[in-house]
Write a protein that binds this ligand. Structure first.
Ligand code: AMP
Ligand code: ZN
Length: 460
């Protein structure tokens, strides 16, 4: 399989560090508002990557964070914490806000048939790991303290900004010092922040750097990914907006701490726009899968629409495009139902066998060519229109749907016996147990058992 690597700006042959295992880290959402179609596109692209790897017999292990602390409204380490701000607005405890929007995010994933990661956990559960990481950087002399936090000194890290090809000298020249006069360089970023007493934060911790303090945004991803996949991850994914700051800083703090390369392949998904502007929470131009469902759309038709564009190309969302996708997807589904009804094993003529093998190769080649899903869909349509027997069409689409995830086959989750809704319950129960909320955890256990699944907790 070939994949584009943002680090080298080239399409490279994919080779994991310890085959067949593939360690993948996916930057999760900041859960202060509803998940929108922009998120859906990025997470579907990562989902197709994971599905394709499984289909090609690799063994991905996927870790994702949920940001519930530290993501400020300004990328320059100033402004309010997005979750604190929303909690004030809704007059609710932060953890309630985070829980509500995390569940919304999980629901969106389920609507779109996105597989659950193997590990998905909120940043607030990794405070000790984050403190440890900052301590290592401090011991190595790579940090400095200002009145509002502990900062990473980017001038002391060779190769800082390589991922985004940053012009560090140019940045310094154009810097308006008033933004944060205590920073030594505009690219320096907060590892740990001190709470402003006026702000009355709900979430703050005691740390070696002060009593009322909290993590900077980037450190959570390094702490979690290094813990489960480190020191070098095979693949790290996220949206293209993360290249210049978030991922650049993840690389700096991780590599400075471990002395090893942080990520082998950087996989970035391009934006979903509406009317030529990025769909975003802050611009307020967003649409949710629930909005589409209310209008009578099948969310999997949206998934089909997203698969018609390559993950590295921008896509503009319009209802006209969605309507066209609905038409194609509905037609495909009815063809699949027809094949299922008519299938019976017949002898293949040598000519049809050739055709079948050609189609199989066409689909596989498209998937292996940096996930060229538009080409893979073209192979699906060629197969649908070909004269190979219905039985073979049915078998091919069952197999291909492991990658597409369009709900066309009988099984659309490769090698997974546990459905998404059960995984969510298991995950929530694990989090409750970590917080020693035994009664609530037990309630979830009963729900899981009622749905026909058995839980066995491993004791040390
Ligand atoms: P956020 O919750 O804003 O941190 O975003 C979570 C993920 O969704 C990130 O990887 C973003 O890059 C991605 N994302 C947000 N908006 C869009 C969009 N309009 N198109 C594609 N990806 C997006
Ligand atoms: Zn991240």
């Amino acid at each position: 399989m070939k994949l584009y690597n943002t680090l080298s700006r080239q399409v490279e042959e994919f080779a994991p560090i310890k085959p067949p295992r593939v360690g993948i880290y996916i930057c999760g959402p900041t859960v202060y508002d509803f998940a929108h179609l922009g998120h859906s596109r990025t997470y579907i692209n990562s989902d197709v990557l994971v599905r394709a790897l499984k289909w090609l017999d690799w063994e991905p292990y996927v870790v994702m964070n949920i940001t519930d602390v530290g993501h400020l409204t300004s990328q320059a380490d100033t402004g309010e914490d997005k979750l604190e701000k929303q909690a004030k607005k809704e007059a609710k405890p932060i953890l309630e806000i985070a829980k509500f929007y995390t569940e919304d995010f999980f629901k969106m994933r389920e609507q779109l048939n996105i597989l659950m990661p193997d590990k998905i956990t909120p940043a607030t559960q990794y405070i000790p790991e984050m403190i440890e990481l900052v301590k290592i950087l401090e011991q190595k002399g790579l940090t400095y303290k200002t009145s509002d936090g502990v900062y990473f000194n980017t001038s002391k890290f060779k190769d800082y900004g390589q991922l985004a090809r940053l012009d560090l000298a140019g940045m310094k020249e154009g810097w308006r010092v008033d933004k944060n006069p205590e920073k030594k360089h505009p690219a320096d970023f907060a590892l740990w922040k001190f709470a402003d007493p006026e702000e009355h934060r709900q979430l703050e911790w005691d740390s070696p750097w002060g009593k009322h303090s909290f993590p900077g945004w980037h450190i959570e991803c390094s702490a979690m990914s290094l813990k489960y996949l480190g020191p070098t991850l095979d693949i790290h994914t996220g949206g293209v907006d993360h290249i210049a700051i978030h991922h650049t800083n993840e690389i700096a703090q991780s590599e400075a701490a471990t002395g090893k390369p942080f990520v082998k392949y950087w996989f970035h998904s391009n934006f979903l726009d509406v009317s030529g502007e990025k769909m975003s929470k802050s611009l307020g131009n967003y649409i949710r899968t629930d909005d589409l469902i209310k209008k009578g759309y099948d969310p999997l038709a949206l998934r089909y629409l997203f698969l018609t564009g390559h993950y590295r190309t921008k896509m503009n969302f319009t209802y006209a495009a969605l309507d066209a996708a609905v038409e194609a997807y509905t037609k495909l589904k009815s063809m699949v139902a027809d094949w299922q009804g008519k299938r019976q094993r017949t002898q293949l003529s040598p000519e049809k066998l050739d055709k079948l093998q050609g189609l199989s190769l066409q689909f596989k080649t498209a998937v292996e060519a940096d996930l060229n899903l538009p080409q893979a869909l073209a192979a699906v349509w060629q197969m649908a229109k070909s004269n190979i027997p219905e039985q073979d069409k049915w078998e091919l689409i069952n197999d291909w749907d492991l990658v597409l995830g369009l709900g066309l086959g009988q099984i659309s989750s490769p090698k997974s016996q546990i459905p998404n809704n059960i995984k969510i319950l298991i995950n929530q129960r694990e989090n409750l147990r970590k917080n020693k909320q035994w009664a609530e955890a037990d309630k979830l256990r009963r729900q899981i058992v009622d749905k026909g699944y058995k839980i066995e907790d491993k004791h040390a």
